[in-house]
Design a binder for this molecule. Structure first.
Ligand SMILES: [Fe+2]
Length: 181
């Protein structure tokens, strides 16, 4: 009697674009931003901060850490400065707000949804996350946030919302800066 034959089922491979090229998860990035935010508050990065304080009329940033799989930035946000609508291409992202408040406008597939992120709040950005970030108007404190990306941020695509309420990609740029324009 012939032994039963187990059919060979070819494995189904998932598109590479579905998973980011990093072993880190959003939770790891959230933890990293928390850790480095603590470091900023404890003064461990005082040597990187601008002499005379953060500029009031322009965005300022510095890289707190970089390695092959992660980069971490501190950003000081100027009132009224927006990043323009963008994604982080092949990088996951996360942030922790240190002081002040941010507004994030995220594209949900049909609309831009606003949320406010206050000091201590965190947010994670999976692949395909399209958003614009700005200091919340009338934030009483300077707005500082720590951002992490994995793999390190190398490119961003910018978008516009069309009159038909769809998203149109208008350009992709290589970058060595965090969080957009
Ligand atoms: Fe962003």
């Amino acid at each position: 009697m012939a032994s039963s034959v187990v059919p060979v089922i070819s494995s189904v491979s998932h598109p590479a674009a579905a998973s980011p090229p990093t072993r880190l998860r959003i939770a790891d990035l959230l933890h990293a931003t928390d850790h480095f935010a603590d470091g900023v508050l404890e003064g461990r990065f005082d040597h990187l901060l601008p002499y005379g304080g953060f500029p009031a009329d322009s965005r300022w940033y510095t890289r707190l850490h970089t390695d092959d799989e992660l980069d971490v930035w501190l950003i000081s946000w100027a009132a009224g400065h927006a990043t323009d609508l963008h994604d982080h291409c092949g990088s996951l992202g996360a942030l922790t707000v240190l002081s002040g408040s941010l507004h994030e406008y995220r594209w949900d597939g049909g609309h831009l949804r606003r949320r406010r992120l206050d000091a201590g709040d965190q947010a994670g950005f999976p692949l395909g996350w399209v958003h614009d970030v700005t200091a919340a108007p009338a934030a009483s404190l300077e707005t500082l946030s720590v951002h992490a990306y994995s793999p390190p941020l190398a490119a961003m695509s910018y978008y516009e919302v069309t009159p038909r309420q769809t998203l149109r990609r208008i350009r992709t740029e290589l970058t060595d800066q965090p969080e957009g324009a």
